[in-house]
Every structure is written in structure tokens, then in C-alpha cells.
Design a protein around this ligand. Structure first.
Ligand code: DUC
Ligand code: ZN
Ligand code: ZN
Length: 487
């Protein structure tokens, strides 16, 4: 099966050039100006030809942070792996990294197999981070099996959600140490769960029960404290660490300071946090305010500028969505108590276009930097490069053809996401995908999806051996203060 993209400008993280791109059997087979492939055996009557004149040909987006059909806060996210990955393709995102989240005391392996089954219907490629929500020797053993046999190279820790999935310091220290030993990357949702819990009680006791109480119970210090703690724990254990959804100046400062001191710290920012501010929680319509309830919450406007600067400076490397959808009837569970509103918002379909519109069109990012923060950096950090994250011979043919001049108005009425609200509702964007190619197949064209249930593949991600060898050398020079790794 083959497909030819003709006459576009290839935009990679490192360079742009005019070239045709020829894809055969799911891989990129040739790249070059005016390719003559019509005499090749792979070029048949069925070969599709896409005219990309005047358009950009970029690596498909990687969203490293989604929660499809997540069982959470007494309900299940409305977007499943089928509809969610399809919506991603409509927005130029060709690969997601979702989260396996075991219940406390549940075996990590059992949860992993459960999520694999749910994800079987995906229409684009996907991988998994696995959350560590409790600790004993079996968790350590399961982490090892997941790394060695199942291609999981990143483990997530929720520092919030006390009484549910929260990881306390004991879990963080044990799990970070084990992850390091395995050559896997620990990641954190940085919010101080104890503070959140107590602030929620205090705010409810003051009679504030509506969605406006949500950001009040999670002020920036809550994130700043947890971000700094996670980074310092990682520093003491000499392991790299990745912070998901950095949303405050406080957390960004910690990331920046640590990176300036030579620590391996990575930071992710959500499209929503870059574009939406906390005023949404004051909307008089409960449904609108509740639709924006996610954690960490949307922040005061000044945080957005800081986050953009973080992205521009390279202190934040990836962009994601935390796509986790709940419809109005699900959000209604918190009608009389904001702490019971299921946390989560969508965005996978719009991440790339809102970032192009607010990032590239404004001059904050170059097109190459856009590729870096929407695809290439995630592929590097989570060890999928160069299969993903670049247009290169031999790479997966996951490609978005981008029309920088086309416009659209985002709306829940027309989106593919399986949720009744769009956090970017009414936003007019310039620069949208015209075609998306997944595994060498045309799956989206000008508003029309052509996806196949189950076509998505589980992508194994090997551990970071060479990288950790270097860190190991550093450790030999300065052993961690209290961790005896040699028995
Ligand atoms: N935050 C959300 O808003 N939803 C899912 C999990 C999370 O951490
Ligand atoms: Zn989170
Ligand atoms: Zn999340």
C-alpha cells in the first residue's frame, strides 16, 4: 500500500525543505523534490496522491497526556479509545500516550492488561504510562515486568487525589528509585493532595459550593510546593523527572531552576493552560463553569505569558491536552459540591490548531519549534524517536498536511470529540490540518474521517539504557545520600 504527498514543504524540528514524501506499507520510503515513483512496483492504481502545494508536511502530533474512557470520580470519561483517537486524527494528532491507572491495591499488570483491552479499538497508534498509586514489593516487580516485557518506560505519580490515587513521599521515593533502576522515567502530577483536601473542606464550610471554589482550593502554591518537592526528590535520587501539565509560574520556576543547575527535568504544558484563564469558573451557567473543572485548574491570565515563555525558552518541552472528557450530566454530580465535579476537559482535536494559531501565527514559535513541541520532543523524551516525531526515511508514515492559510471556528456542534462541550468554543483559528496520514493511510481529509476501528497499534517504548548509563557515571562520582543500590 502506497501514498504520495506531492509539492509540499516538509517541516521537521530541525529544518524545512520542499519535497515530495512517498510512503509504502506504513513507513516513509522516499523523500525528495519531484520524486519519480511511478515506475516502482509499490506504485499501483490504488496509490493515493495528495497535492500539498502551498501546504506544510509535518510529523503527526503526539499527545503525551490523555485519559480515554478513564474510570474517575465515580464515573467514566465519555471519550473512549475509538472516538478519542479518531478526534485526534481529525486534529493532526497521530499518536497518544494514555495512562493506565491501577486502583490502590490493584496489580499494575492486571490494570495494564485491562487498559490494553480497552485500547484495542483505537484508530491511531498509542502507548501507555503506568501510574504507581500504592507500594509494596509486588508493585516493584510489576514495574520491572512492564519495562522488560511490555514496553512501558514511564511511570506516573499523582501527588493529589488524597484517599484515592495519591502517591505520598514514601511511594514517590520507592517508585522513583525503582524507575531509575529500570531505566524508566518517573512523571508527576504535581499538586499537594493534603492541601487540596483541607482547602476544599474549608471552602465548602464557608458556603462556597459552586465551581468557583475549584480554583480557590487549588491555588498556585499547591502546585508549586509539589513540583518543587518532586524535583528535589528526583535530585536526591539522581533520577530524571517529567512534570505533566505545568500550569503556574511557581512550578515553572522550579523546573527552570533545576534545569539551570543541570538536573534532568522535563516539563509539559497543556494547550488549555496556554489559552484559557480562570475567569471561566465565574460563569453564571453551572454547566459552562463545571465543563472547565480540571486539575490543575485554569489560572490567572498572567500565568499564560509565563507558560509561553517557558515553551519558547525550552524549559517546557512538550504540549499535551490531558484529554479527559465528561458530559454535562456527569459534571452535574458536583452541582452542590464543587469537589465532586469530575475533573477533566477535552482538547485532543484542537491542540495543534490552537497552538499554531496562538503560537506560530503570533510569532512566538517558528514552524520548526511548533513541530518540536507538538511531536518531536515527546518522541525523544518517551523514546519513540525516530519511528515517531520526524519525517525521515524509515520513520512511521504518521503525517499531517497542514494548511497554514485555512481557517475554522471551533465548536462542540461540529467537533468529533465525544463530549458536549468544547473549551475552545467559538475560537477562530488560522492554520488547520487538511489531511492526516496514519501508518501510511489517509485517515482524514477536509473535515471527513476515514478511520478503521482497531487499526491503531500499541507502541512499545524501550527503557533509556544509554542515557541512564551516563547518569550512572554521575552517580558513581556522587552517590545518593541514603540509597544503597548495590545491596
Ligand atoms: N486531572 C484532570 O483534570 N482529569 C484527570 C486526571 C487529572 O489529573
Ligand atoms: Zn494530572
Ligand atoms: Zn492527566
Amino acid at each position: 500500500m502506497s501514498l504520495l504527498i506531492k509539492g509540499g514543504t516538509v517541516v521537521n524540528a530541525d529544518q524545512s525543505f520542499v519535497a515530495d514524501v512517498y510512503c509504502v506499507d506504513g513507513k516513509i520510503a522516499q523523500i525528495g523534490p519531484h520524486l519519480n515513483v511511478s515506475n516502482l512496483p509499490s506504485y499501483t492504481q490504488d496509490t493515493q496522491v495528495i497535492d500539498a502545494t502551498g501546504q506544510l508536511v509535518m510529523p503527526g502530533g503526539i499527545d503525551p497526556h490523555t485519559h480515554m474512557q478513564l474510570p474517575f470520580m465515580g464515573t467514566v470519561a465519555s471519550e473512549d479509545f475509538y472516538s478519542g483517537t479518531a478526534a485526534g486524527l481529525a486534529g493532526g494528532t497521530t499518536c497518544i500516550i494514555d495512562f493506565v491507572i491501577p486502583a490502590p491495591q490493584q496489580s499494575l499488570l492486571e490494570a495494564y492488561h485491562q487498559w490494553r483491552e480497552w485500547a484495542d479499538k483505537s484508530v491511531s497508534d498509542y502507548a501507555f504510562h503506568v501510574a504507581v498509586t500504592w507500594w509494596d514489593d509486588s508493585v516493584a516487580a510489576d514495574m520491572e515486568t512492564l519495562v522488560k516485557e511490555h514496553g512501558v518506560n514511564s511511570f506516573k505519580h499523582f501527588m493529589a487525589y488524597k484517599g484515592a490515587i495519591m502517591a505520598d513521599d514514601e511511594i514517590l521515593v520507592n517508585s522513583f528509585s525503582k524507575a531509575w533502576e529500570l531505566g524508566a522515567l518517573p512523571t508527576v502530577h504535581a499538586e499537594n493532595g493534603e492541601l487540596v483536601y483541607q482547602l476544599q473542606q474549608k471552602i465548602l464550610a464557608m458556603g462556597i459550593t459552586g465551581p468557583e471554589g475549584h480554583p480557590q482550593s487549588r491555588p498556585p502554591e499547591v502546585e508549586g510546593e509539589a513540583a518543587n518537592r518532586a524535583i528535589r526528590i528526583a535530585q536526591a535520587l539522581k533520577t530524571p523527572v517529567y512534570l505533566v501539565h505545568v500550569s503556574t509560574e511557581e512550578a515553572l520556576e522550579s523546573v527552570t531552576r533545576a534545569r539551570n543547575e543541570g538536573q534532568r527535568v522535563f516539563g509539559e504544558v497543556l494547550a488549555g493552560h496556554l489559552l484559557i484563564d480562570e475567569s471561566v469558573y465565574k460563569d453564571p451557567d453551572f454547566n459552562v463553569a463545571a465543563a472547565h473543572v480540571m486539575s490543575p485548574p485554569f489560572r490567572p491570565k498572567q500565568a499564560q505569558e509565563a507558560l509561553w515563555r517557558g515553551l519558547q525558552s525550552g524549559n517546557l518541552q512538550t504540549t499535551a491536552t490531558d484529554h479527559c472528557c465528561f458530559c454535562a450530566d456527569q459534571k452535574a454530580a458536583g452541582k452542590d459540591d464543587f469537589s465532586k465535579i469530575p475533573n477533566g476537559t477535552g482538547g485532543i482535536e484542537n491542540r495543534m490548531e490552537v497552538l499554531w494559531d496562538a503560537g506560530v501565527s503570533t510569532g512566538r514559535l517558528t514552524p520548526n519549534e511548533f513541530v518540536r513541541v507538538t511531536s518531536t520532543n515527546a518522541a525523544h523524551i518517551f523514546n519513540m524517536y525516530p519511528n515517531k516525531g520526524t519525517i525521515a526515511v524509515g520513520s512511521d508514515a504518521d503525517i499531517v498536511v497542514w494548511d497554514p492559510a485555512a481557517t475554522k471556528t471551533i465548536s462542540a456542534k461540529t467537533h468529533f470529540q465525544n463530549v458536549d462541550y468544547n473549551i475552545f468554543e467559538g475560537k477562530q483559528v488560522t492554520g488547520i490540518p487538511s489531511h492526516t496520514i496514519s501508518q501510511g493511510k489517509l485517515v482524514y481529509q477536509h473535515g471527513k474521517l476515514m478511520v478503521e476501528r482497531g487499526a491503531g497499534r500499541y507502541i512499545k517504548r524501550p527503557p533509556f539504557a544509554p542515557y541512564f548509563d551516563a547518569i550512572n557515571k554521575m552517580r558513581e562520582r556522587t552517590p545518593p545520600f541514603s540509597v544503597d543500590r548495590d545491596g
